[in-house]
Design a protein around this ligand. Structure first.
Ligand code: PEP
Ligand code: MN
Length: 300
C-alpha cells in the first residue's frame, strides 16, 4: 500500500490517542453502552452499571443509520445532551456517531470521540469534515470494504490534519447468515503490520449474537486488538435498537474479567520476549510453538 503517506507504519512509533485520560493504543480500552441513547433514565442507569463493571468509555448513538427510514433514527440533539449528562455522572468519555457532515461542527461539542459508522466509511465529505477537527475519530470498517479501502479512508482523515484515528473491525459481509457479519480477525494483525494507528474490535455487530460475543472478545485480544466496543443495555428486551445482540451489564462484567486477564497474560508474554517493547505481538509460545511470523511454518 504505497499510497498510504500518513497511516503507514514505516517503522514509526505506534500512535496512542488520549481521550480524557483514557489512552487508546496503550493497555486495553473497553468502550461500552447501548446501541442507541433511548431515553435519559435508561442511558444513565446503563452508564453507571457498565462503569462499575469495568468500562473505560461510554458508547451510545444519538444518530442511528437505519435500514428502514421508519425505524427509530435516534434522539439527535436531545441524545447528545443525555450523553453529556452521562459523562458528568460517570467521568467516562463518550463515543457517538455522526452521520451528516453538516452536524460535525456542533457534535464535536458533545462527543469525546466521533464515530464514523460502517455505512459511512467511504462518505468522503464526512471523512474530510471530521478530519478538519482534532477530535479523535473511531473509523469503522465498511461491511464490504477491503483492508486497503479502509486504510485509505483513515488517510482521508489524517490528510486533513487530524492525527487521531482509531480503526474498528466490526465484521464484514460473507455468505454466512448464522452470524450478523463475519468477524475478520486477521484484519487486526494485518492493520497492525500496515499502520501505526490503534485498532479495536466490535464483536457485537460482528456476530449479532450474545453467546458468541465473549469468545470473539477473547479472540480479538489474542489477535492483538487494542480494545473492544460492546453493546450493553440495562434492559436488553427494551432496547430501541439492536436489542438481540445487547449484553446485560452482568454478562459484560464477566467478559471484562476474562479479557483483562488474557490481555495481562499477553503483555507478560510480550515483555518476557521483548523487554524493549518494540516488537509487535509475538504469539509463538501461546500458539504451541508454531512460528507464526513465517508463512507456512505450520507445515500443513
Ligand atoms: C453502531 O455502532 O451502533 C453501528 C451502527 O455500527 P456499524 O456502523 O458498525 O454497523
Ligand atoms: Mn448497533
Amino acid at each position: 500500500m504505497k499510497g498510504l503517506k500518513l497511516a503507514a507504519l514505516n517503522g514509526q512509533k505506534r500512535t496512542v490517542i488520549d481521550v480524557g485520560g483514557v489512552r487508546i493504543g496503550e493497555g486495553f480500552t473497553m468502550i461500552v453502552g447501548p446501541c442507541s441513547v433511548d431515553d435519559e433514565e435508561t442511558f444513565l442507569a446503563t452508564a453507571v452499571a457498565v462503569k462499575e463493571a469495568g468500562a473505560d468509555m461510554l458508547r451510545g448513538g444519538a444518530f442511528k443509520p437505519r435500514t428502514s427510514p421508519y425505524a427509530f433514527q435516534g434522539l439527535g440533539l436531545a441524545g447528545m445532551k443525555i450523553l453529556a449528562k452521562a459523562r458528568n455522572l460517570t467521568g467516562l468519555p463518550v463515543v457517538t456517531e455522526v452521520v451528516d457532515p453538516r452536524d460535525v461542527r456542533w457534535v464535536v461539542d458533545y462527543a469525546d470521540v466521533l464515530q464514523i459508522g460502517a455505512r459511512n466509511m467511504q462518505n468522503f465529505s464526512l471523512l474530510r469534515e471530521v478530519g478538519r477537527t482534532r477530535r479523535p475519530v473511531l473509523l469503522k470498517r465498511g461491511m464490504n470494504a477491503t483492508i486497503e479501502e479502509w486504510l485509505y479512508c483513515a488517510e482521508y482523515i489524517l490528510s486533513e490534519g487530524n492525527p487521531n484515528v482509531i480503526l474498528c473491525e466490526r465484521g464484514i459481509r460473507t455468505h454466512e447468515t448464522y452470524t450478523r457479519n463475519t468477524l475478520d480477525l486477521s484484519a487486526i494483525p494485518a492493520v497492525r503490520e500496515l499502520t501505526h494507528l490503534p485498532v479495536i474490535t466490535d464483536p457485537s455487530h460482528a456476530t449479532g449474537r450474545p453467546s458468541l460475543i465473549g469468545p470473539m472478545c477473547n479472540a480479538s485480544v489474542a489477535a492483538g486488538s487494542d480494545g473492544l466496543i460492546l453493546e450493553v443495555h440495562c434492559d436488553p428486551n427494551k432496547a430501541r435498537c439492536d436489542k438481540d445482540q445487547a449484553l446485560t451489564p452482568e454478562q459484560f462484567a464477566a467478559i471484562d474479567r476474562n479479557v483483562r486477564k488474557l490481555h495481562h497474560f499477553m503483555e507478560d508474554e510480550q515483555d518476557a520476549q521483548d523487554p524493549s517493547g518494540s516488537a509487535q505481538w509475538n504469539m509463538h509460545d501461546i500458539c504451541g510453538g508454531y512460528d507464526l511470523q513465517s508463512p507456512g511454518a505450520c507445515g500443513n
